[in-house]
Ligand binder design. Structure first.
Ligand SMILES: Cc1cc2nc3c(=O)[nH]c(=O)nc-3n(C[C@H](O)[C@H](O)[C@H](O)COP(=O)(O)OP(=O)(O)OC[C@H]3O[C@@H](n4cnc5c(N)ncnc54)[C@H](O)[C@@H]3O)c2cc1C
Length: 440
């Protein structure tokens, strides 16, 4: 755990700042305390029960920081970053009865040219897959590692290893939300205050999310693409935006269920790594997750009814009315039930959306071992959110970055202890290969 802490601090020193609370967030914080989300834990990165102020990746000048800042730590002499390089498959040697061993990748550059990149000959060299919760299981499958029947049905050949658990255990922390209009002006804020309940939900809020606003726009881009993909017309999308404008949303309070027990799966749809695979999360399939959602919404209702929050909500708007407004918005493609207007369980089911905290698919203990090495294969690790059994209720990117640092340190130590020539990290690259792509 000391190494985990050190890895978190390595990331935090570069990227994480204490936010300056705006008035709306301050009222929301006091509302949470009035609603019983106790104790008050002040400013902390720790995920502990109670109300806290969390870290932000916006510095005091309003500049956003990201994982790219961590490259400042890197030695440019020993690292090469290829942009617009889409990996189509991982390459394996499969001689005799030996375990498959990863030895490189096929990638496509921005001009559409395919290249083969091979590891230099050093037994410690390995391919490390970090394509994310959706990309990593997809790329393993495209490379012939996954459930045999599924791979064969999509024409993946050869099947390198029948690995039934690849793509299984996909999860996402389900989110339900309520929009609030304010009679007084509201300053813009992203998440600053976090209420962590005893029943494993995270309650957070954003303010001044009127359109046009980048954050709001990003949030609804996913919804809009869904609407476009289905029977909804562009007109429906425009209507949706109009409705949002008419509603004059000044605040947005969300409840997220941390570590849902409902689990789903990921399957290939085709052989193109640039296409999304099919992912099913089974939100609220398990009653336990639903109960947490209902308790979280009851807490939000208390916040909306609190004295502390009263000046940021019109006095005649009841909490229930605010919730019911959500039922009129096409925030997802689920059917709306009349009972959702008075039954919070149905409200949770009807208005659930993603918070993009999807994880799983290459879970530790199922697809990778505790050193993040893929079971049954040599020289291949997966190190990203696909390995998580659960994702933290907030700031999963912090945990992903910590994992990168933690494992990086561990791998360097292993290399140093191995006695191999550790200068030889290089890959043999630019071996242009126009024949190997599976998508051709
Ligand atoms: C809209 C949105 C908002 C979010 N907001 C927050 C937030 O406020 N706070 C927070 O903590 N987290 C947030 N998250 C979640 C956070 O971004 C993820 O938890 C985190 O990025 C996961 O890290 P990862 O390394 O597992 O995957 P990713 O960050 O997804 O990295 C995977 C990378 O692999 C690349 N890739 C995939 N396939 C291939 C391929 N075949 N070839 C080459 N490259 C490939 C992808 O382009 C991507 O760059 C948000 C996510 C989204 C989508």
């Amino acid at each position: 755990m000391d190494e985990v802490e050190a890895a978190y601090e390595w990331v935090e020193d570069k990227l994480v700042f204490e936010p300056q609370l705006v008035g709306w967030q301050s009222a929301f914080k006091h509302g949470l305390l009035e609603a019983g989300v106790l104790p008050y834990n002040g400013f902390t990165f720790k995920h502990i029960v109670g109300t806290k102020i969390g870290g932000t990746i916006f510095d005091p000048d309003g500049h956003r920081h990201s994982a790219a800042d961590l490259l400042e730590y890197a030695n440019p002499e020993t690292i090469a970053v290829y942009l617009h390089a889409l990996v189509h498959k991982i390459l394996f040697t499969t001689e005799g009865d030996q375990r498959p061993r990863a030895y490189g990748v096929i990638y496509q550059d921005a001009d559409g040219v395919f290249h083969k990149a091979e590891l230099a000959k050093n037994t410690m060299n390995e391919v490390i897959l970090c394509a994310g919760a959706i990309g990593s299981p997809q790329l393993l499958m495209l490379s012939g590692v996954g459930p045999r029947v599924d791979l064969e049905s999509h024409g993946v050949s050869p099947v390198i290893l029948d690995h039934p658990m690849v793509g299984k255990g996909m999860g996402d922390n389900p989110l339900n939300t309520v929009f609030v209009s304010s009679p007084r002006p509201v300053e813009a804020s992203l998440i600053q205050v976090v209420g962590i309940t005893k029943f494993d939900t995270f309650i957070e809020g954003f303010s001044s999310v009127k359109l046009p606003n980048n954050m709001m726009h990003t949030f609804f881009q996913g919804v809009l693409s869904l609407l476009n993909e289905t029977s909804h017309s562009t007109l429906a999308v425009i209507d949706f935006y109009k409705q949002l404008n008419v509603m004059e949303i000044d605040g947005w309070i969300v409840n997220k269920v941390d570590g849902p027990v409902s689990r789903g799966h990921l399957e290939l749809r085709n052989m193109n790594p640039d296409d999304n695979p099919s992912v099913t999360f089974n939100y609220y399939q398990e009653a336990e997750d639903l109960e947490k959602c209902v308790k979280g919404l009851k807490t939000i209702i208390k916040v909306l009814n609190s004295n502390a929050f009263s000046s940021y909500k019109y006095p005649n708007a009841t909490a229930r009315e605010l919730l019911n407004r959500m039922l009129s918005l096409p925030i997802n493609l689920r059917p709306r039930h009349e009972s959702a207007k008075f039954n919070l369980t149905q409200f949770c089911i009807d208005t659930v959306i993603t918070v993009w905290h999807y994880h799983g698919g290459c879970q530790v203990g199922r697809v990778v071992d505790k050193n993040y090495k893929v079971f049954g294969i040599d020289a291949l690790r997966v190190i990203d959110g696909s390995t998580f059994l659960k994702s933290p209720g907030t700031n999963p990117q912090a945990t992903v970055m910590m994992l990168g640092r933690y494992m990086g340190q561990k791998i360097l130590r292993e290399r140093n202890a191995s006695g191999e020539n550790n200068e030889d990290y290089s890959i043999i690259k630019d071996d242009t290969d126009k024949s190997s792509s599976s998508s051709k």
